[in-house]
Structures are given as structure tokens and as C-alpha cells.
Design a protein. Structure first.
Lengths: 564, 684
């Protein structure tokens, strides 16, 4: 580890935090009915859109109609993307003559992008036409981020409602997140990216003669625009197979830092928004501190593990120093570690380094972050997971102060616990059960390229990644088989929608509860002590679940490398 | 076992509980407790494996059945410990119910027939509306209202209080309870309940736990525990494929051992015992809660509405000061005041004599045996004494005494009105004192706040509970008492509707309200309140409306009930936290042991240096079983509740049960490992 590397990591996180606070407060004003300085620009645009789509923006929905609209829109979009991928070979904007996708891969890809996972069982430059990249991939990268975001906003509204079932209008929220947040931000970022060297063109792959006289095909396309929303929307699905390790997606250290900032901005900002919704900035501060703490600790574990390298290589080959396998020289260990930590904490899934080549501990942390699924987490759904753990932490600690537990003035009763438990249960279920199935079936094991402990880690990583709707991968697993396309697709759908529906049902029941005024007997959740309890619950309930599986995977690999 | 648990658990209860531990193994009963049901299923599977080690595949060594047998036995014991905890909690209630039932059997009643004659019927035949006659020294056969007569009743069977109480027709003392004994006179009673619904029946049901339903909070916790059990079931079931992939195999008994260690068996085993013991504590506090829900609600109360008279103050006004007027000195006034009160038997009168003693004035009644006592009357509004030598002492309402002085040609000092006003302003009652025609001064009668009330209200404030005092007094008087007692708020000149309005207001803002009451006019408010504590001396209507009945009729016990409610939740939370925190150590014991053959590198995780795989698994499992009986006394007694702010309380309990829950099993498992290694079990 170097001083420069350490300072760089710290500086990046400080920048994200500093930007997230005004961003969060902007989001609050947009979605809590406040006014912003851009209103006179946005209002007319939105009104035209509302009129075109027949939306009555001021009419209110209860949780059921809100989620029904949300699921319907998601289903239609997914169907649209599926058909697009299936038919892209005969559609325009296909200069490189790419063929249509087979059904299973099209299903996996459509699922992957509608769920904000962006798991890619294909190589973008070989399997997607420009039309698919723009209308399938980039489009869904906007809407899936928007879906997660409005779900979180609706939940927050429910949380502060006093005996009212109305939690806003899905259509209006869905339009506003696009017009006021994602489109402007992505446009600005895309232009910056173009300036920093990312291509943005509809021309087909370039064919050039190299100095040695050989013919080389250089893939390109509308990259910058995809790259912007890929990070801002915590999506992670790259234009190229190599994702952000590709020089056209992430040409320099500067673009890499920008991408990290872009992926962290909105998940962190939502914590500020949350604090403003519940009128308790201290609560936001506590969450900031504890979550940033975990993010930093994890990032530095990766960094120190990568910087120490692999002792076995040292013994065998006499090569010492950092583990550079799978890393880009232009990023180095510090920036690669930061990117790895951030992309799994914010469940983006973009990679600028090959996670499969990380040291055991370096690969352990990203898996752990995705198993937690609450270190800020993905757009919107991260906040929902944080709230789910808060509810379980409040329930346990509320009992210990002798009152029926309440969160922000709302009583937590059997119904809330039932739904929180369901949301909690889903995550280990869809990670461990499919992993087990993959490991005992021929269809599952035949895709594993590295046998032994690491092969197990690869499968575990894959299912963890899709369950957390992250999308990053340990390479070394051939995912493009009917078995994996279907298994991964189903896990993504369950991981995304079951917990959102459970949390929405909880929102419905919380919304109609009255707010109990605070007294000294009320357990305050905005204290350092409670922050500690929250973290302990996340670690004990969230991570210990995976301890046995992790011990056979990365933990065993770690001991194998250092002791064995 | 701790001393407090020992006191109330007799040998009989323990023997009964031991038997019940086995009979509760019936799967139809066990299934109600999903956590322990999983343990029972595990027990059945390992039992099969003991006799047929190869039943579920795998190739085991020749001595595998011994290990399986030991696991089977430990699992059985775990289940039995859980059942025992529940049975012993129930046992205490059953013993109490048995005693109550004895008072109920063989009761007969003299029922009034249509023609006015009596017939003897069994008490169990009495229906609502039947009229019965009870003579002195007979048992009252049924709950009812007294229609005629007045008599003293021994209610010790219900309340444990040996002093008899007066029951009579009309007013707030007309309700009688079946199973109590009439000591004098004769009562005509109208039955107000049908067979099987009497107070005694309800009480028996309650203490027996027969009508026990899971409370909302208990239900929520059960859901969470079942969820955690499911999660660990997934964890364990998927382990075998993982091991299989790295060319190993984990035997089924070990997987079951890991599962049982990870699922929250400690709280699963003790959960219902905690609930039963909580209700039992309420009963031993001489309060009958009609449901566990009411007790839990008590722990959540935000606002406590208390009547002033009898609850906050002693109920009678007592002399607290002598205020001389005009030219008179305090000593003269005290002398005259004591003389005027010498034969006064009212509490006020006696308090004047007592206060006089403090000023050094002692008069013996015997010296004035020829004096004539003048009783208080509503007409004269004064009382006193006339001596044989013609001296007349009087004390009474100031305006009445003024008139008296004027009539006798005495003088009204100018400072009298001013001093009278001061006393009235401060909430006291002034009594003027006169000897013949000379006015000496005033006695300051004051509402006395019960000793210790201030401290109790301070405690309540620390718990975050607001107290509101209700009184019929004028606002000035009310403010004075409120300040002195340290309540947060008061309603003066309160009518029953005001109480109702206050409750609704508080509830509208989301608060939970508790109140106590005894009169029929309190009934609607008792029913509206989230916790309504009715006094046993109160009317049937009040007792029906409230969700708790205090057998001692002490309204201040509302505060104790709040503590019990909180204690119930804290105990649940503490043991749950402890149970979950235990998992950390168990992982470190079992994971390296489990993968010893498959992934030998994992021995680095054996940070407790346990002897070998088998001893590690057995130690964790034995610890898991033994912790249940260790915690039974805590479950029965409850975690002590200390009034303090919620965050400090949380930190305190997290430190003890969370942090302690992480550390304890590390020590416990290591110790057990050393013992079984020494016993040679590890190398079987």
C-alpha cells in the first residue's frame, strides 16, 4: 500500500460524500413536493409528457396500485427488450451485422437489465447491435434505476405518513426521476466522458492496419452515453465484454475516479434524502458514518491484500510485490481496489479489474458486500434493504428497552416482522440454493473452468452477484448455457421483485399507522450506540449466514495460500 | 437455581414439570414452536441413524453409531429442557389454580323461587339474573350485585387480604365475588354471570394459562425466530453439496448438530416460559390481567391518568400548619385548636391533635371526662367541646366561625381574610378556631401527597411516561397538589367526561393511555383506555370495563404493572439477543470440525483449540442444550428493569446479553471440550 493510493481512496470517498449531500437534498425537494430552481424548465416538459401519456400526476395511489403500475411497466419493458434482442439481426442500426440472440440468452439479458443487475452472459461488442445497446441496454439502464429509486421514495413517504394510505403517484414519480435527475446528469456526464476520450459514434467497428502490418478490428459505438447511465444508475453492464477495464469505457485514472463517484452519488444521496424525509438529519449522519466505515474497511482490506500479492508466486517464481494479475496498469492496485469495493457496495457491477484474479481476501470482500447488500446498496433498493435491517435491529433492541418496538414513531408488529423476515430470507435462499444446485448437477459444474475451491468461489460469486442485482462476475464461469441463463435469470427476478414487493406491503401497513410521539422511553435510532447495534445485526444476521459457504470458498483459499 | 425461583417452585411442581416435559414431545404440540420442532425432527433422524448409520447414504466408520447416539441423546435433552421450562412456568400457575378451585367446589346456594321461598341448588347451576340469599358465615356462591343488606365479607381467598371488607346494596361497594365468605349479617344477591364465566373461573383460566394466547409481540418474535430457523435450514442443507463439490462429505448427524446449534433454540425453548412467567408475576402482584396483551400494552404506556384522591393523596386532608391571627401567638392557637379537636374522631380532627403534639401541646381526654363533645353537623359546619366551667371551644369553616364570633360579640381581626385567602390559594382548607368569642387563628388543612409518590413520578418520567392528575378540586388547589406531587399535568374540576376526552385526545396523537378507576362512572373511560386497572372494591361495571383488576385495590399499582410489562419485553429481547449472539462462537467450533477432512486449511479457524472434530461438535451441542436450564431462572424472574433513558438501557442490555452472548459460549464450549476430552468421549 502506498500513501498516494491511500489518500486517493480517501479523497474519492470524501468527494462522493460532499456531492451526495446537496444531491440528496435536491432529490428530497423534487419528491416531497418542494420547489427547485429548475421548476420552470421541467414543469412544462413534464406537463406535456403527462398529457401525452394521460397521467393525472396529482392523483394519489395506495401501495397496491403503486406496485401494480410498477410491475406492469417493468413487465412491458422486459418483454420489449426480449423481443429487441431476439430480432436485432433483422433490425436497423446494426453496422457490424450481429445476429439475433438465442431465447435463453435473450431472457437472461432482458432479465438482467430490467432488474438493474446487468449480469452479462454475452460480450457486448459481439452480441449486441447498436440498436440493442441503445434501446435495450441504455434504455433499461435508465428505467431499472428509476424503478428502484421510486420504490425507495414511495417507501419513505409511507414511513412519514400519519394514518394515510396514499404514497404518491407512480407515473409522476417515474417521469420525474427521468426528467429531473437521470437524463440531465447522464447527459452532462456523457459529454464529459466524450471529452475524456470515450467514443460516441454510430459507425461500425474500425478496421486498421497495425504497425506490424496486420489487420485489426477495433470495436466502438455509442459508448459514452451508455457509460454515464451505467454508473449513475448503479447498473454496471458495459458496452464491451471487458467492461470498465476496456480503454474505451474507462481510458484513464481520471475517468475511473469519475465513474466511482457517479456510481456512489445517488445511493449515498438517498441517505440524505431519507434523513430529510424523516426530519432527522442525525439519523442520516449515523448511517453515513457506519456505512462509509464498512466501505472503507472493506476497500482497505482489498487494497492491502492486493498490495501484498501472492506469496506462492513469490516462492515459486521469485516475483514479489502487488498482485497485478487481472489489473490494468493505468489504474494500479489502489484504484482497482477502490473500484472493486465501490462497485459491490453500491451493487453496480461494473469492473475495472478482473475480480476472478483478486487474491482470496480481495475477492472475499466484494462477495461479502454483495451478501450484506446494504453498504449503501443499489439505487433505491439499497435504501430499502437498509430499512429492512433497521426494522429488524429496532425490533430486537426495542424489546430490550421494554417497549413494543417502533421505528420513526411507527409500531413494528407481527405483519412488519413477517415481511421483513421474508425480505431477509430471500437473499440467502437465492444465493445458497442455486449454488448448491449448480454444484451437484452436471449442467452446473461443466461450466466451471477452474476446479477445486476457486471453482466453488466462482459459482458462489455468480449467484451472490445476481441475487444482489450487482452483475459483476468472477470470470472463469461460462454462464452462457441454458442452465445458467435460466437459473441466473430467475434468481435476478426473485432477488429484485420479492423483496421490493415485501417492502411495499410493509410500506402499506406502516403508512396507515399513526405516528407515536417520541418520549424518553422511546428507543432513539439516531445515536451512535444504535448505529453499532444496527451494524452488529447486519453482520451477525446478514453475514454469518454465509459463513459456512464462504469458509469453503475464499476463506479456505486464503488459508490455503498463506498456510497450506 | 436462583433463590427467588426456588421459593415458589415446590417439589411437586418440579415432578409435574418433569412428566410434562415428556408428554409435550407430542409432535402435535411441538409443531406450535417451530424452532424446537426442528430440534425434535433432528432428534428423530439421528435416532434412526444410531441404529441404521447408513440409512441416508454415506460411508461411515464402524463406531459412527456411538457418535450418532450421543448426538441423539443431547438433542433429546435439548427438547426436554425446553419443555421443562414451559412446564415449570405452567406448573406454578396450576398450583395456584388448584388452590382457587378448592374454594369453588361444593358451594351451594339458596335460590329465591318465584313464590319467594328458597331452594338449595349447587352454585354451578346459578345463571345470570338468579337471586340468592346468603347468611352469615356462608360462602357467597356467585359473582353478583347486592340487592339488599349490608355485611362484612372475607375476600382473602381472592385477594389474600385478611381484613374483611364491607359490601352492601347500592353505591360503589355492591359487587361481591363468588368464593368469598360473608362474615356477618345477611345479603340478597343477584347473580351477574352465567356458570363458567365467573371471576373465579376466569382467574383459574388465567393462572392456569388455559386461555393463554400468544400476544402480538410474542407473535412477531415467533415469526422472526421461525424466519431465522428457515435461513439456517437453508444454510445447512446447502452445505453438503458444497462439501461434495470439493470431494468431501459431511455426515447427516453433524449437519443436524450444526443446524440445532445455529437456530435460536435458547429463546425458542424459553419464549413461552417467559410469557407465562410474566403473567404469573402480574398475578403474584395481586393484579388479574384479562389478557397478556394488556400486560404488554402496559409496558408501552405513554400517559398515566391518576385520580388525585386516594391515589396521589392520602384521601383525607390533614393539619399541616397553625396560623394565628390578630394579637395571638402560635402557642395560644395550638392550645385552643387541640382543645377544640380533642374528642373529634375524624381523620382531620386526629391530625390536629397529632400536629399539636409536635408543638408540645398534649391533652389527655380523661382530664375532660365531664366535657361535652359538640359533633360536626352540616347545619352549623363546626365542631368542638364545651367544658363544665363554661368554656366553649369551636373550630369550623371560616364563614361559619365568623358568624359565630359576631353572634357572641367577638372581634374579627383584619388579617383573618388575607390569611384565609392565602391558604385557599395554596390549595389548602382553612379552619378557623375560636374560644368563647375570641378568634385565635386558622388551622391549615392540607391534602397530603402519599410518601414516595414524587419519586415514583420521577421514575415514570425517566421511563418516558407522562402523568396526569384528575381532580374535582378548583384549578388553584389542583395546581398546588400537582406541583407538590410532581405530576406533569392535571385536570381540575374534572367530570367523568373530561377523563374520557383526555384519553381520546392522547390516543388520537398516537399515545397509549393507562388509568385506574372503581366507580360505575369510570367504566367508559376504563374501557376506552389502553390499560384500565379496575379496583376489586369497585363496581362490577368498572371491573367488566377494565382489562385488569387490582385485588388490593391500590391504584398506585398501575406503576408496578407498567414495570412488569416492560420487564416482559426486555426478557424476551435479552434472551433473543443472547441466543443469536451465541452463533458466532458455535460457528468457530463447528465449521473447522465439519470440514476437517475436506478442507484441512480451515483448522486455522479452530481458535478455541478444541481437541478434535467430534469433541468440537459435541461441545457446541452440549453448550447449546445446557444454556437452556441455566437461563430458566432468568426467564422466570425476568430481567430487572431499571428506569433510565432508552439508549442507556439498550447499551446496558446489549453489553450484558449481546456482548456476553458472544463471549460466554467461547468459554463454555472450551470448558465442555476439556471435560469431555478428560472423560474420553472425544476419542470414542
Amino acid at each position: 500500500m502506498t500513501l498516494a493510493g491511500t489518500m486517493g481512496i480517501l479523497a474519492t470517498i470524501v468527494i462522493i460524500i460532499l456531492l451526495s449531500v446537496p444531491m440528496g437534498s435536491y432529490l428530497y425537494r423534487v419528491f416531497a413536493g418542494g420547489s427547485t430552481w429548475m421548476d420552470h424548465v421541467f414543469h412544462p416538459v413534464e406537463n406535456v409528457l403527462y398529457r401525452l401519456m394521460g397521467i393525472h400526476a396529482s392523483s394519489q395511489m395506495d401501495w397496491k396500485s403503486y406496485i401494480k403500475s410498477m410491475l406492469l411497466v417493468n413487465f412491458v419493458m422486459m418483454l420489449f427488450a426480449y423481443l429487441l434482442f431476439r430480432l436485432q439481426g433483422s433490425l436497423p442500426l446494426n453496422p457490424d451485422g450481429i445476429k439475433s440472440m438465442p431465447w435463453d440468452l435473450a431472457f437472461d439479458t432482458a432479465t438482467s437489465f430490467i432488474t438493474n443487475t446487468n449480469w452479462q452472459n454475452y460480450a457486448g461488442e459481439q452480441s449486441l447491435s447498436y440498436l440493442s445497446q441503445m434501446l435495450g441496454i441504455t434504455y433499461l439502464q435508465f428505467t431499472s434505476a428509476a424503478t428502484g429509486f421510486v420504490a425507495a421514495i414511495a417507501f419513505l413517504r409511507a414511513l412519514v405518513n400519519n394514518k394515510s394510505r396514499w404514497i404518491g403517484n407512480f407515473w409522476a414519480d417515474f417521469v420525474k426521476i427521468h426528467t429531473r435527475v437521470l437524463l440531465p446528469l447522464a447527459t452532462v456526464l456523457a459529454i464529459v466522458f466524450v471529452g475524456l476520450g470515450l467514443p460516441e459514434t454510430l459507425a461500425g467497428a474500425a478496421r486498421v492496419h497495425t504497425l506490424s502490418g496486420l489487420l485489426q478490428t477495433i470495436s466502438r459505438g455509442p459508448v459514452a452515453s451508455l457509460e454515464a447511465i451505467k454508473q449513475l444508475g448503479t447498473n454496471g453492464g458495459g458496452f464491451f465484454n471487458a467492461n470498465s477495464a476496456h480503454p474505451f469505457e474507462d481510458p484513464s485514472a481520471l475517468t475511473s475516479v469519475l465513474e466511482i463517484i457517479a456510481m456512489g452519488l445517488i445511493p449515498m444521496a438517498l441517505i440524505t434524502t431519507f434523513g430529510m424525509f424523516i426530519k432527522n438529519r442525525r439519523q442520516a449522519l449515523i448511517l453515513y458514518v457506519f456505512l462509509t466505515g464498512v466501505l472503507l474497511v472493506g476497500t482497505f482490506v482489498i487494497y492491502s491484500s492486493e498490495a501484498s500479492g501472492n506469496p506462492l508466486i513469490g516462492h515459486a517464481l521469485g516475483i514479489y510485490g502487488p498482485n497485478m494479475e487481472g489489473k490494468e496498469m493505468r489504474f494500479g492496485p489502489a484504484l482497482s481496489s477502490m473500484f472493486t469495493g465501490a462497485t459491490t457496495a453500491f451493487t453496480t457491477g461494473a469492473v475495472n479489474t478482473m475480480h476472478d484474479s483478486l487474491t482470496p481476501l480481495g475477492g472475499f470482500i466484494p462477495m461479502l458486500f454483495m451478501m450484506f447488500n446494504v453498504i449503501f446498496g443499489g439505487k433505491g433498493v439499497g435504501l430499502l434493504n437498509i430499512l429492512m435491517y433497521l426494522i429488524i435491529a429496532v425490533f430486537l433492541s426495542g424489546l430490550m428497552v421494554g417497549r413494543t418496538p417502533e421505528i420513526f414513531g411507527k409500531k413494528i408488529e407481527a405483519r412488519e416482522i413477517k415481511l421483513a423476515t421474508l425480505a431477509l430470507l430471500v437473499h440467502p435462499f437465492i444465493i445458497l440454493v442455486p449454488t448448491a444446485i449448480a454444484l451437484v448437477t452436471k449442467a452446473g459444474t461443466s461450466s466451471i473452468l477452474n476446479p477445486g475451491l476457486h471453482g466453488l468461489s466462482e459459482v458462489l460469486y455468480a449467484f451472490t452477484s445476481v441475487a444482489a442485482n450487482n452483475g459483476s462476475a468472477f470470470a472463469g464461469l461460462n454462464g452462457n448455457t441454458i442452465f445458467y441463463n435460466l437459473m441466473l435469470g430467475v434468481v435476478m427476478l426473485v432477488g429484485r421483485y420479492v423483496s421490493i414487493i415485501a417492502m411495499f406491503a410493509m410500506a402499506g401497513s406502516l403508512a396507515e399507522k399513526s405516528i407515536i410521539p417520541e418520549s424518553v422511553g422511546t428507543l432513539r435510532t439516531d445515536t451512535w450506540s444504535f448505529g453499532g447495534v444496527f451494524l452488529a445485526v447486519v453482520i451477525i444476521v446478514g453475514a454469518l449466514t454465509f459463513f459456512p459457504a464462504l469458509s469453503v470458498g475464499p476463506i479456505a483459499e486464503y488459508f490455503h495460500m498463506w498456510i497450506g | 437455581m436462583a433463590a427467588s425461583a426456588k421459593q415458589s417452585v415446590s417439589g411437586d411442581i418440579v415432578r409435574g414439570a418433569l412428566l410434562a416435559s415428556f408428554s409435550k414431545m407430542d409432535p402435535r404440540i411441538m409443531v406450535k414452536n417451530p424452532v424446537m420442532f426442528v430440534v425434535e425432527i433432528g432428534f428423530v433422524i439421528t435416532l434412526v441413524l444410531t441404529f441404521f448409520p447408513d440409512e441416508f447414504g454415506g460411508n461411515y466408520g464402524p463406531h459412527e453409531w456411538i457418535f450418532n447416539l450421543i448426538v441423539t441423546i443431547i438433542l433429546l435433552i435439548t427438547v426436554l429442557f425446553g419443555n421443562f421450562a414451559e412446564a415449570i412456568a405452567e406448573g406454578r400457575g396450576k398450583a395456584q389454580a388448584e388452590a382457587l378451585r378448592k374454594t369453588k367446589t361444593d358451594l351451594t346456594a339458596q335460590r329465591v323461587k318465584a313464590d319467594g321461598t328458597y331452594e338449595i341448588v349447587a352454585a354451578s347451576m346459578l345463571k345470570k339474573g338468579d337471586i340468592v340469599r346468603v347468611e352469615a358465615l356462608q360462602m357467597i356462591p356467585v359473582d353478583g350485585e347486592v340487592l339488599q343488606g349490608l355485611g362484612s365479607v372475607d375476600e382473602s381467598a381472592i385477594t389474600g387480604e385478611s381484613a374483611p371488607v364491607i359490601r352492601g346494596a347500592g353505591g360503589d361497594f355492591s359487587s361481591v365475588t363468588g368464593g368469598t365468605k360473608l362474615l356477618s349479617d345477611e345479603l340478597i344477591i343477584k347473580a351477574t354471570v352465567d356458570p363458567g364465566e365467573s371471576f373465579l373461573d376466569k382467574m383459574i383460566g388465567l393462572v392456569e394459562g388455559a386461555s393463554r394466547q400468544k400476544t402480538p409481540n410474542e407473535l412477531a418474535l415467533s415469526v422472526l425466530l421461525a424466519g431465522l430457523t428457515m435461513i439456517f435450514l437453508i444454510v445447512v442443507v446447502t452445505l453438503e453439496p458444497l462439501a461434495h463439490y470439493v470431494h468431501g462429505s459431511i455426515d447427516v448427524a453433524t449437519l443436524i448438530a450444526l443446524l440445532v446449534c445455529l437456530i435460536p433454540t435458547t429463546i425458542g425453548a424459553l419464549l413461552s416460559a417467559i410469557g407465562i412467567a410474566g403473567m404469573d408475576r402480574v398475578i403474584r402482584f395481586n393484579v388479574i390481567a384479562k389478557s397478556g396483551k394488556a400486560v404488554e400494552a402496559a409496558g408501552d404506556v405513554n400517559t398515566l391518568i391518576l385520580d388525585k384522591t386516594g391515589t396521589i393523596t392520602i384521601g383525607n386532608r390533614l393539619a399541616s400548619e397553625f396560623v394565628p391571627v390578630g394579637i395571638h401567638q402560635q402557642e395560644e392557637l395550638v392550645e385552643v385548636a387541640v382543645m377544640a379537636s380533642l374528642f373529634d374522631e375524624t381523620p382531620e380532627g386526629r391530625s390536629i391533635v397529632t400536629l399539636g403534639k409536635e408543638f408540645g401541646v398534649t391533652k389527655a381526654r380523661e382530664s375532660y371526662h365531664d366535657a361535652e363533645n359538640i359533633e360536626f353537623s352540616a347545619d352549623t359546619r363546626m365542631s368542638g367541646m364545651d367544658l363544665a366551667d363554661g368554656m366553649a371551644y369551636r373550630k369550623g369553616a371560616v364563614d361559619a366561625i365568623k358568624k359565630y364570633v359576631n353572634n357572641h360579640g367577638g372581634q374579627i381581626y383584619p388579617d383573618l381574610d388575607e390569611k384565609t385567602d392565602r391558604i385557599a390559594r395554596e390549595g389548602g382548607t382553612p379552619l378557623a378556631v375560636v374560644k368563647n368569642s375570641e378568634l385565635f387563628g386558622l388551622i391549615y388543612l392540607k391534602d397530603i401527597v402519599k410518601p414516595g409518590m414524587r419519586e415514583r413520578f420521577d421514575e415514570l418520567r425517566k421511563m418516558g411516561i407522562k402523568t396526569v392528575m384528575c381532580t374535582g378540586d378548583n384549578p388553584l388547589t389542583a395546581a398546588t397538589i400537582a406541583l407538590e406531587a410532581g405530576v406533569d399535568n392535571f385536570i381540575a374540576e374534572a367530570k367523568p367526561e373530561d377523563k374520557m376526552r383526555l384519553i381520546k385526545e392522547e390516543q388520537a396523537s398516537g399515545k397509549l393511555v393507562a388509568m385506574s378507576g372503581d366507580g360505575t362512572n369510570d367504566a367508559p373511560a376504563l374501557a376506552q383506555a389502553d390499560v384500565g386497572l379496575a379496583m376489586n372494591t369497585g363496581t362490577t361495571a368498572a371491573k367488566e370495563a377494565g382489562n385488569m383488576v387490582d385485588l388490593d385495590s391500590d391504584p398506585t399499582k398501575l406503576i408496578g404493572v407498567v414495570s412488569i410489562g416492560k420487564q416482559l419485553l426486555i426478557t424476551r429481547g435479552a434472551i433473543t439477543t443472547f441466543s443469536i449472539a451465541n452463533d458466532v462462537a458455535k460457528y468457530f467450533a463447528i465449521i473447522p470440525a465439519m470440514f476437517a477432512q475436506v478442507v484441512p486449511e480451515l483448522r486455522a479457524l479452530n481458535i478455541m483449540f478444541l481437541t478434535n472434530s467430534k469433541s468440537a461438535i459435541l461441545s457446541a451441542l452440549i453448550f447449546n442444550a445446557l444454556i437452556i436450564p441455566f437461563l430458566i431462572p432468568l426467564a422466570m424472574r425476568g430481567v430487572k428493569y431499571r428506569p433510565m433513558n432508552a439508549t442507556s438501557l439498550l447499551m446496558r442490555n446489549i453489553f450484558i446479553y449481546g456482548f456476553g452472548g458472544v463471549i460466554t459460549p467461547f468459554i463454555g464450549i472450551k470448558v465442555i471440550d476439556m471435560i469431555i476430552t478428560w472423560l474420553g468421549v472425544a476419542h470414542l
